[in-house]
Design a protein around this ligand. Structure first.
Ligand SMILES: [Zn+2]
Length: 261
């Protein structure tokens, strides 16, 4: 996450520069589109030179986000959804490229996947962010999202301070999904104390009329949580929880198989 003013400026500058290069040329990575199924767009955070947060063992956010995105994509396809990814490989995407992809895909639901980090190794838990229009909303404060990387480099390219407006209807839909997501997550992992649904002015969540959430799957700075994040079996449970929450959102009964609509 871009947690401090200097880091935010760097993130926004890099995002703008890279965006001019490939803004119009970004392609979608999709399966089963245009057949009337609900389309879920999954956004693995970071990529390329932007590793996101890393821990002392060299585990980085961009890799965990991509692996989970690919697993979740497969699971949602099994359940009958169409799925697009903003990236399918270790590539850098600028903020405006991600936003352009969301606009192109125009999904029924947008889920951005990230991993958190705190200077306090005891902090752990998943959390879900939705966009707020409010100036007084959480602004990526340290107490909300954590602190910078161990090497002092803070990075979360899709975040930034912006002033768009998300309609109340879209905000309500995002909030509804966030509630279902946190309820399912609570079955498989601990949630960040003092509110697992948080509002923040994150640019990546501002595409018009598209319900959007940003999921922080856990803290790489917490040894137990870092071990879980690396565990395929634990992430399988996480994946099921996310997929179940998508079914909940679209009022699909679990275990019935078949189409999602
Ligand atoms: Zn991130």
């Amino acid at each position: 996450m871009c947690r401090y003013a200097a880091a935010i400026l760097v993130c926004l500058f890099v995002g703008s520069f890279v965006g001019f290069r490939a803004y119009a040329g970004q392609s979608l990575h999709c399966d089963r589109v245009h057949d009337g199924r609900k389309l879920i767009l999954i956004d693995p955070g970071h990529g390329g030179v932007d590793k996101g947060v890393t821990n002392k063992n060299g585990v980085d956010e961009k890799t965990l986000a991509l692996v989970e995105a690919q697993t979740l994509s497969a699971r949602l396809l099994q359940r009958g959804y169409s799925v697009c990814l903003t990236r399918k490989s270790d590539e850098l995407l600028a903020l405006n490229e991600r936003l352009e992809i969301v606009i192109q895909a125009h999904p029924s639901l947008f889920i951005s996947l990230h991993v958190n980090y705190s200077g306090d190794p005891s902090v752990s838990g998943a959390s879900v962010y939705v966009y707020t229009n409010s100036e007084s909303g959480s602004m990526l404060k340290e107490e909300n999202i954590g602190t910078s990387n161990p090497d002092g480099r803070s990075s979360d390219a899709p975040s930034g301070f912006v002033t768009p407006t998300v309609s109340r209807h879209t905000a309500n839909l995002s909030g509804s999904f966030a509630e279902k997501l946190t309820a399912r997550l609570a079955d498989v992992t601990n949630m960040l104390p003092n509110g697992s649904i948080r509002s923040a002015r994150l640019s990546v969540l501002t595409t018009p009329e598209i319900p959007s959430v940003l999921l922080e799957m856990g803290f790489l700075s917490n040894n137990a949580e870092a071990a879980r994040l690396k565990s395929a079996s634990w992430r399988a449970a996480l994946t099921d929880a996310i997929a179940n929450s998508v079914d909940d959102y679209f009022h699909v009964k679990q275990n019935r198989g078949g189409r999602s609509q």
